[in-house]
Write a protein that binds this ligand. Sequence first.
Ligand SMILES: C[S@@+](CC[C@H](N)C(=O)[O-])C[C@H]1O[C@@H](n2cnc3c(N)ncnc32)[C@H](O)[C@@H]1O
Length: 314
Amino acid sequence: MNELFKSIKSLNVLKISSIIFFIVSLVIFWHLSLKKFFKFEGRIERSVEKMYDKDDLSSCCLFKGNYINFGYWKDELDETPISLEQRIESQKNLYHLVLNNLNISHNDNVLEVGCGLGVGTVLVSNDYKPKKIMAIDISKAQINRAKKINYKNIDNDKILFEVGNAENLSFQNSSFDIIFSIEAAQHFHSIDKFIDESYRVLNPSGKIAVASFFGTSKKSVSKLSNRIQTIKTGIDHVRPIDEIQRKFKKAGFVNIKISNIGKNVWSGFDRWAAQGELKNSWTRNWYYGYKHNLVDYYLITAEKKPTTYLTSIK
Ligand SMILES: C[S@@+](CC[C@H](N)C(=O)[O-])C[C@H]1O[C@@H](n2cnc3c(N)ncnc32)[C@H](O)[C@@H]1O
């Protein structure tokens, strides 16, 4: 009897130790491989919120300097590897390109939509000196990061970071002179709502500039989604550019100008991607899409109608 009791006891000890062993192995396995899998490393993302909240896309090797954009590569690149400084500069250049098209004055109230970590907002405030910039992002985590990263560099009377949705702006009619958005519009579920909302909160004669990627035609969009995971999962919407132009017009905007700037975006970005850990990932298909005329990068500028519109002089 005693012997039997002893063997049952040792069996239990064996069971418990195997369970502990199993749990410990699982934790180690999680840390070594699964956790890595759940970080952004070119894998399939599940939602915009996930991509920007927990994962902090700015820490992905594709982006640097707390910016998250493909960059505007002003100068022709030579054969030498792209430096970290060049990569950061390319992202600042995109901000400068957009803002140079807006003629900001010192009295302007500005809204940035999709500010990410807010380093671009600070750049705009320092380099163009508008009266005030309100910078919004749908991700609470991004806004917290923006406040933390930039707290030393911001004058709270000039820059405000706030959680907000491009499709449902929490501002009164005619609150801003300028609206700009850099590489965020591809995420908006309804670009119509963003365009209408922007029109509503702009002052008459106010200006808007949007930089993002769009499809070159309706057909190209479906072709692209087979190659780019974030399009397949609905995180990125690559809408045809002529449709976007019509939407701006329908909302009431005038002087709508569309420039394709892909020549200065895609090859530089792809060269950078080819240098890093993601050189074999689907992110390289963006360049394929550009080369096959499926996608391009655009700068859209437009103006809200002035209140009195001189149509004829009698
Ligand atoms: C690619 S990042 C660009 C960030 C920044 N403009 C830059 O160039 O570094 C896109 C940002 O748009 C934000 N975003 C996505 N959908 C949004 C929405 N509906 N309203 C406001 N922000 C949004 C994301 O949370 C993310 O921070």
